[in-house]
Design a protein around this ligand. Structure first.
Ligand code: NAD
Length: 480
């Protein structure tokens, strides 16, 4: 491998460390221009079964590989990602569109899972107990779940992959990963990292495909697969849960969100504005943790709205690789159309546009930073995940009403509270139906913290010490 770049040929499939030519390819485009950037190998259901066979064959060897050896490979992979951070960041920006500075942020965050789980791999513990009645002794051990299918979305092409691959490998599971068709190049590059880091053949396969449903179906029907871990929309998560029922697979589901961002009148308003900009606009609003509904207590509503609108209006929209860009394009023309329609419907229902709200001319899938106010309570935009650079600000009166509005959703991933009162912060955190609550913080993700949702936002947790549990079975051995 050269010092400056990996040479990964995206037209070749990576099955268990081998490169394979496929009959068909599909096109990956740069969302900043709509132009093609690569042709990528299109994996078929037959390729998926081949990858599963290879993974199942080496599963017991990988499980029996000493934890220290698994950890060393993960640690080496982290070092390689960091050494090649520029190549990863540029690739993420070119296939996903986010500004380069955010791509570097993702490389640091996504790479960190490799280092964190290198450290966790050697700390998988069981327990010992004595039966209270004196009848015997209890030995509890942890074993890898087995071969795992990981399916990831396009919004964090590296981090959503490493957040699954790293704990799975640390636990001793073999992995098939199906990246999103919009952004498969980053995972293909990561496969070069793992090859260089010495991951044994067969342990990891990358399966980009233009037909995710067709590729997934035979895997879910094959009893050699033992787990499916998914990040994506709630609708697809439901389909996968149904499929996983056939062989009663272990499942982890990181699904959609509809995060409330609640600003109480006693909050530090400057901090709340900083937090709202981060929670709304990180990743161009294309984040499952994005603030979807901004609730502001009525006495500070006007001040907050004016200042927030000014900040949104000042954002520089442009290609992610252009210096000074704050907001890149959206991922596809379809996603942009979905967001534009949602805004138009909200305006038709009586909302007011403070800034943005019109699709610009020209190439690339751009949508401007948009602020809506006076949104009717029953508007679709308050119920659906926006997944774009659009903020809806809604007034509320008093803590109970704020909490009730926040909880009025089937989702329960992230929530944000801004308040200067610690008692209120703790009380509202407890009352909010969400897996994660940010108190006076607009960014939650942390490699050491359990990430995940309740209600229709998902099952299980990723990252933190909890993340590895998703890839481990508990075994109880009864001793005399
Ligand atoms: P999506 O559900 O359309 O696609 C996600 C992945 O599933 C892609 O790889 C896609 O190819 C695959 N897929 C689609 N249909 C499938 C099927 N029938 N069978 C198997 N695989 C299938 O979601 P998206 O538009 O790529 O991503 C956006 C969604 O992801 C949002 O809802 C967002 O909230 C969610 N998300 C959640 C988290 C989280 O941690 N909770 C993180 C990031 C994104």
């Amino acid at each position: 491998m050269s010092n400056n770049a990996f040479i990964a040929d995206p037209t070749m499939l990576r099955i268990g460390g081998r490169s394979i030519t496929t009959d068909r390819t599909f096109t990956v485009v740069d969302p900043a221009t709509g132009a093609s950037i690569a042709e990528v190998a299109d994996a078929t259901p037959a390729h998926a079964i081949e990858a599963l066979s290879v993974a199942a064959d080496v599963q017991s060897d990988w499980a029996a590989t000493p934890a220290r050896a698994r950890a060393d490979i993960l640690r080496r992979a982290w070092e390689l990602v960091m050494q090649h951070s520029e190549q990863f960041a540029r690739l993420i920006t070119s296939e996903m569109g986010k500004p380069l500075a955010e791509s570097y942020g993702e490389v640091t965050y996504g790479g960190e899972f490799l280092r964190w789980y290198a450290e966790e791999a050697v700390r998988i513990n069981g327990r010992y107990a004595e039966s209270p009645g004196g009848a015997g002794r209890i030995l509890v051990t942890r074993q890898p779940v087995g071969t795992t299918l990981a399916i990831t979305p396009w919004n964090f092409p590296l981090a959503m992959g490493t957040r699954k691959i790293a704990p799975a490998l640390a636990a001793g599971c073999t992995v098939l990963i199906k990246p999103a068709a919009e952004t498969p190049l980053t995972m293909l590059l990561l496969s070069e990292v793992f090859r260089e880091a010495g991951l044994p053949d067969g342990v990891l396969s990358i399966l980009p495909t233009s037909d995710a449903a067709a590729l997934t179906a035979p895997l879910l029907s094959d009893s050699r697969l033992r787990k499916v871990t998914f990040t994506g929309s709630t609708a697809v998560g439901r389909t996968l849960l149904r499929g996983a029922a056939e062989h009663v697979l272990r499942t982890s589901m990181e699904l959609g969100g509809n995060a409330p961002f609640i600003v109480f009148a006693d909050a530090d308003l400057e901090a709340a504005l900083d937090g709202a900009m981060a929670a709304k606009m990180r990743n161009g609003g294309e984040a499952c943790t994005a603030a979807n509904r901004i609730y502001v207590e009525r006495s500070v509503l006007d001040e907050f709205t004016d200042e927030f609108t000014d900040r949104m209006r000042a954002l520089v929209v442009g290609p992610g690789d252009q210096p000074g860009t704050d907001l890149g394009p959206m991922i596809t023309a379809r996603q942009r159309q979905r967001v534009a329609t949602l805004v138009d419907m909200t305006v038709a229902a009586g909302a007011r546009i403070r800034t943005g709200g019109t699709v610009p001319e020209g190439p690339g899938y751009y949508y401007p930073p948009t602020v809506l106010t006076d949104t009717p309570e029953d508007a679709l935009i308050l119920r659906e995940e926006i997944f774009g650079p659009v903020a809806t600000i809604v007034a509320f009166d008093g803590e109970a009403a704020g909490v009730a509005a926040a909880n009025n959703t089937p989702y329960g991933l992230a929530a944000y509270i801004y308040t200067g009162d610690i008692d209120r912060a703790l009380r509202v955190s407890a009352a909010i139906e969400a897996g994660m609550v940010g108190v006076n913080r607009g960014i939650l993700s942390d490699v050491a913290a359990p990430f995940g949702g309740i209600k229709e936002s998902g099952l299980g947790r990723e990252s933190g010490s909890e993340g590895i549990d998703e890839y481990l079975e508990t075994k109880y051995v009864a001793l005399r």
